[in-house]
Ligand binder design. Structure first.
Ligand code: TRP
Length: 448
């Protein structure tokens, strides 16, 4: 144990570096294009309150569990479970998350690539030469260009991970995360001074308790889970690089708080912009690539603000992407004993190849449906809606039932420990089951 720890402290996070890297992982496209929308849809400030409750009751305990598993096991998302329990079958369960991370990365790099392309064509003004933004996006997504950008994102991630934890992951997040705040604040200042901004802010935050239904509760829960990057082995993997002296409970609170702050900033940017030109609020790719350009076009210096906006998306996606790719890379290094160099290149290459069909599946040459979904949507569905809840369940059961010394390892004693265990044992598993049934559509009959 001592030798393992020593070996790892040679390349690990500093205290601040860890918090920034974990915030970098959790702040992603989910904060930018999903959170604001579901908040607006499901009751504004009322939903926001519910979301905070979900973060505290389900997000924080599992986040702390993942970080603790990583720091005590000092392995990857699979071997950490073996190192702690001494039983190899736990490692087999952990592999599920590693596979999920590999799958997520394959298409996340594609979407990240879109944001890089849009940053470029915003600044060059090419995006604004033709006002048919839906047509522009479809023509782009239907071509081979996304593969080029996807390759670029993969190479960037490979380059960062190649440099290791402190010189790669930490160094980049140390620069990118503060940069992100600066740009977000500039964008927010622009957004809230637009005509009609008040209406946007009202849509985002005006509490409407009548919209709080079972459906909004499940949306809040699922998003709390997704937003903190749980269930994919990411936080276990990052936890392994955390110093033994760092407080994990405090760290978890800082990470969740940071994630929430970015989400709120995103909402204060997106809705004032959407409402300033009377667009319909939506979410996802349709919102940022097709709808928002209409608004940027209408504002003075629109190309500049649009460029800044897409940089935010690109940076948020990149800092998440490196944390996802690190999961299978760490697995190859620690379980297969590959050199970091070999692991980064091979895992990166395989992940790129798996992503190519996704890059070509959004209106491109491979957009034929498999059943009711495209290749891209299948990858997303399996990874986000099936593997993520399973990964979360494994962590919850491992920490709540199998690991007797979890409290000590997490640094929790007395009443706080008992609250943590209560949530992990009796609350979180049912909440995760709810997310699973809801997001796979098995509960749909309840909502008709
Ligand atoms: N949390 C990220 C977001 O808000 C997305 C995400 C989900 C993620 N699971 C992950 C990122 C695992 C990294 C690792 O967009």
């Amino acid at each position: 144990m001592v030798t393992m720890t020593d070996k790892l402290t040679q390349d690990g996070f500093s205290q601040k570096g860890f918090i920034l890297a974990a915030i970098g992982s959790s702040v992603g496209l989910g904060n930018m294009w999903k959170f604001p929308y579901i908040t607006g849809m499901y009751g504004g400030a009322a939903f926001f309150l519910l979301f905070i409750i979900c973060l505290v009751v389900a997000g924080l305990p599992i986040l702390l569990a993942e970080l603790t598993i990583g720091r005590s096991g000092r392995g990857d998302a699979s071997s950490s479970l073996i190192n702690i329990s001494g039983k190899s079958w736990w490692g087999g369960l952990g592999v599920i998350s590693v596979i999920g991370a590999f799958m997520i990365m394959s298409f996340y790099a594609v979407v990240a690539g879109w944001t890089f392309h849009y940053t470029l064509i915003s600044f060059t003004g090419e995006l604004y030469r033709n006002a048919d933004y839906t047509g522009t996006f479809n023509a782009f997504a239907g071509s081979w260009t996304p593969v080029f950008w996807q390759a670029g994102v993969m190479l960037l991630c490979i380059g960062i991970l190649y440099k290791g934890v402190s010189k790669g992951i930490e160094a980049f997040n140390n620069v990118l995360i503060p940069l992100l705040v600066i740009i977000l604040v500039i964008l927010m200042a622009r957004a809230v001074t637009l005509p009609n901004a008040g209406e946007g802010i009202r849509f985002f935050l005006e509490p409407d308790f009548s919209k709080l239904t079972a459906k909004s509760a499940l949306a809040a829960l699922g998003h709390a889970f997704f937003s903190l990057s749980l269930g994919m082995g990411t936080m276990i993997t990052y936890g392994a690089y955390v110093d033994i002296k760092q407080s994990l409970p405090k760290g978890s609170i800082a990470i969740a708080g940071g994630d929430l702050a970015y989400a709120v900033l995103a909402g204060l940017i997106i809705f004032p912009i959407v409402f300033s030109v009377g667009l319909e609020p939506t979410s996802g790719a349709g919102l940022v690539f097709m709808a928002l350009p209409n608004a940027f076009e209408a504002m003075p210096l629109g190309s500049l603000f649009s460029g800044l906006f897409f940089i935010v998306l690109a940076v948020a996606a990149l800092t998440s992407a490196i944390s996802i790719l690190e999961v299978p890379v760490a697995y190859a290094v620690k379980t297969w004993r590959w050199s970091r160099k070999k692991a980064v290149w091979w895992v990166g290459l395989m992940c790129f190849l798996l992503g190519v069909p996704s890059a070509l599946a959004v209106g491109g040459p491979l957009s034929s449906m498999i059943g009711d979904k495209s290749f891209f949507d299948w990858m997303d569905f399996i990874a986000s809606n099936i593997i993520m809840p399973i990964g979360g369940m494994i962590v919850t059961i491992f920490t709540g039932y199998a690991w007797k010394r979890a409290g000590e390892a997490a640094g929790l004693h007395g009443p706080m420990y008992r609250v943590w265990m209560f949530l992990l044992r009796y609350i979180a598993p049912f909440l995760i089951l709810g997310i699973f049934l809801y997001s796979t559509g098995l509960l749909d009959f309840l909502f008709d």
